[in-house]
Structures are given as structure tokens and as C-alpha cells.
Write a protein that binds this ligand. Structure first.
Ligand code: NAP
Length: 245
């Protein structure tokens, strides 16, 4: 049974990805930071459906914890076949008022962690001569976004990381891709002001926000054998938003 490590898997998009990969037959290493109860309920749901899931806690903004996470997963679940870097935070502020501490916090959780986890799984994947790495970026990483300077920069960074890792790991038959969701209904977008909600909806050709399961479907495909010849790509799951550029 292949192991998939999904970060931020207790809720939202990460939880939907964990469920989709469990249904696909992966043993899921369910990572969480503070949402322990939600992580336990996600694992229970996977077990109830006959799947396998193990829980792992770590603050990925802490480099030592990010590196230790992969070692723990390998010890308890065996080599990581699929890494999904989904955990992330957003801080909304004009660039002129963004503190360096907030900039660093967003970079650490969204981009530094992806680098550290990629590095930590890369040797094992090279030894197995198989593997999938999938980063959850954002439309903000492609287009930029008002009040989201740190977030957009961190999410853009994932594209450069993915393309470099894709080139370096191709000889080991490891593929590295990025999924860029548009607006998805989760806790992260729950507090959106009504005026912004209306404006955003008007910009989406399919005229609705997305569901976590719709992002998970793209990840599930990229993790599958069917996607073995796709690497260094970005899949936009955004109701057509990016098509307008
Ligand atoms: P969410 O419900 O807020 O989930 C984010 C997850 O990230 C949480 O489960 C959280 O874990 C984890 N996390 C945050 N900081 C962490 C840290 N320092 N260490 C470890 N885990 C950390 O958000 P979501 O909407 O599902 O977002 C998932 C991903 O999709 C994010 O990378 C986000 O940027 C991206 N995305 C979301 C949207 C959207 O519209 N929702 C659009 C584009 C991209 P705990 O709860 O356990 O603390």
C-alpha cells in the first residue's frame, strides 16, 4: 500500500484530499497542527470506510518539526509515495503596512515548509524510483491579490519550486505539480466581506465558488499512475477565473 502524506489534513481542502486519496487506496499520513479533534474525526471516517490513516502533529513553520514530520511518517508508514503540501495561512494587509514578522510567518508556513518537506522526501522517492509531489498554490500566486502580498509571493514561490524539483527529480520518475485553486468554500474564505464576495463571483465564468472535493479530484488524478507523464505543470481549479487573463 502506498503512503500519502497530506499536510493540513484536518479540515478544508486538506481533509477532502486525504479522503480522496484514502478512497484511491493510499494509506494516508494525516498531518495537523492545532485541529486535533478534526484530525481524529477525519482518521475515524477513513477507518470506517475500510481505509488506513495515521495522525501526525507538527507546526510546519518550525523547520525542525517539518523535517521531523517526514522521519516519523517513514518510521510508522514506510516510504512516502505522495507528498501533498496543502497547509497554509493567509494574512491580509496592504504591503505598506505588512510587518516583516507577518511576511516571515506566511513564508515559513506556505513556502519554507514545502521546500523542507520536499527535501526530506526526495531521497526516499529517488531510492524508490517513484513518487508524486503536489503543492497547493493559489490563483493569488498567479495573478497577485490586493492586501495579499506575502500570501501571493509565497504561493508564486511554489511554482518555481515545483518546476525545479520536477526537472531535478524526473530522472527518478518522480513528478512534481502544482494545483492552483480559485475561491473554495472553507474556513479560510468564510469571513469574506459581502462586497468582495459579490465582486469575486462576478469574475468567475462558472459563477460559483468551488468545493474542497473539486480541488481534491485534481490532486487525486495527479497522484495516480494515469498522471505519470505530467510534471512541472499547474492545474487551475477555479471555475474559469484564470481563463480571463
Ligand atoms: P484552512 O481550512 O484554513 O486549512 C489550512 C490548514 O493549514 C489547517 O488545517 C492548518 O492546520 C494548516 N496550517 C496552517 N499553518 C500551519 C503550520 N504552521 N503548520 C502546520 N499546519 C498549518 O484552509 P483551506 O482553505 O483548506 O486551505 C488549504 C490550502 O489551500 C492552503 O494552502 C490555502 O492557501 C490554499 N488555498 C485555499 C483557497 C480557498 O479559497 N480556500 C484558495 C486557494 C488556495 P490546523 O488547523 O491543524 O492548525
Amino acid at each position: 500500500m502506498k503512503t500519502a502524506l497530506v499536510t493540513g489534513a484536518a479540515k478544508g481542502i486538506g481533509r477532502a484530499i486525504a479522503m480522496a486519496l484514502a478512497r484511491e487506496g493510499f494509506r494516508v499520513a494525516l498531518h495537523y497542527r492545532s485541529s486535533g479533534n478534526e484530525a481524529e474525526s477525519a482518521a475515524a471516517e477513513i477507518h470506517a470506510a475500510g481505509g488506513e490513516a495515521e495522525l501526525f502533529a507538527a507546526d510546519l513553520a518550525d523547520a525542525a518539526q517539518a523535517e521531523a514530520l517526514v522521519k516519523s511518517v517513514e518510521q510508522r508508514c514506510g516510504p512516502v509515495h505522495t507528498l501533498v503540501c496543502n497547509a497554509g495561512i493567509i494574512k491580509s494587509q496592504l504591503l505598506a503596512f505588512t510587518s516583516y514578522a507577518d511576511w516571515r510567518a506566511v513564508m515559513a508556513a506556505n513556502l519554507d515548509a514545502a521546500f523542507l518537506l520536499t527535501k526530506a522526501v526526495s531521497r526516499g522517492m529517488a531510492r524508490q524510483r517513484a513518487g508524486r509531489i503536489i503543492y497547493i498554490s493559489s490563483d493569488a500566486g498567479l495573478m497577485g491579490d490586493l492586501m495579499r502580498g506575502a500570501y501571493s509571493a509565497s504561493k508564486s514561490g511554489l511554482f518555481g519550486l515545483a518546476k525545479t524539483a520536477a526537472r531535478e527529480m524526473a530522472a527518478s520518475r518522480v513528478t512534481v505539480n502544482t494545483v492552483a485553486p480559485g475561491i473554495i468554500e472553507t474556513d479560510m474564505t468564510a469571513e469574506m466581506p459581502e462586497t468582495r464576495r459579490v465582486k469575486q463571483l462576478a469574475a468567475i465564468p462558472l459563477n460559483r465558488f468551488g468545493r474542497p472535493e473539486e480541488v481534491a479530484a485534481a490532486v487525486r488524478f495527479l497522484a495516480s499512475d494515469a498522471a505519470a507523464w505530467i510534471t512541472g505543470q499547474t492545474v487551475c481549479v477555479d471555475g474559469g477565473l484564470r481563463m480571463r487573463d
